[in-house]
Design a protein around this ligand. Structure first.
Ligand SMILES: [Zn+2]
Length: 215
């Protein structure tokens, strides 16, 4: 999470959920194809998957409530990546257990946040996730990665992938809300028009703005 001043890494229960998925997979492997016909093993496998899913859903709902109430209290906007354009919807879908679970978790978390935001009248901005982890947030050049750590060759900015993503998502939202310094609500430099037109101030708080910048 990035609020314009500081980065915060949130502890999720993802590892715990993934562990249960691995346990289920182990049972399946150990018993080859026999588990399919064995009611007892089938039940164990299903229970493990169910517990894993419940952990993700439960955590997502709790976190969504926390973040939406925080946004409401501080009169903030929540900025999310547009899921439809995310990397994991591209053709090169990864089949590993961790990737499958993270796709599932990301979807559930977004859904939970959107649901809570509607309930509490907190506005959400969806930004195009393209290049959010590959562009230097300080100078804008393309970053090179060493595992999850990136160092900008031009300005020396160093951060891990998640931090860079969070800062860039924030910056994209700023460009939508205030494309020029000092001007609030001016239309960004895109071909698209705002869904309902009019200035930000006139819009009800429940409006879900869906705008993309062209960068
Ligand atoms: Zn840089």
């Amino acid at each position: 999470m990035f609020n314009g001043r500081s980065i915060r890494r949130i502890n999720t229960r993802f590892t715990e959920a993934l562990y249960l998925k691995h346990l289920a997979e182990d049972v399946q492997k150990r018993h080859s194809y026999a588990w399919r016909r064995n009611g007892k093993w089938l039940n164990i496998i299903r229970a493990l998957h169910r517990r894993s899913r419940n952990i993700v859903i439960d955590w997502s709902r709790k976190f969504a409530k926390y973040i939406v109430l925080k946004a409401k209290r501080t009169k903030s906007v929540i900025v999310l990546e547009d899921l439809e354009k995310l990397w994991f919807n591209s053709s090169q879908k990864s089949k590993t257990l961790a990737d499958k679970l993270s796709r599932f978790a990301y979807g559930k978390l977004q859904l939970a946040i959107i649901t809570k935001a509607v309930e509490y009248d907190v506005p959400i901005i969806f930004v195009d996730p393209r290049n959010t982890s590959s562009t230097c947030p300080r100078c804008g050049v393309k970053l090179t990665y060493n595992h999850r750590l990136a160092v900008c060759k031009r300005c020396g900015f160093t951060a891990d992938r998640d931090k860079i993503g969070a800062i860039n998502i924030y910056l994209k939202a700023l460009q939508i809300l205030a494309p020029c310094q000092g001007s609030r609500g001016t239309h960004p430099m895109t071909d698209e028009t705002r869904p309902k037109g009019g200035s930000l101030k006139d819009e009800p708080m429940t409006t879900h703005i869906k705008t993309y910048t062209s960068i």
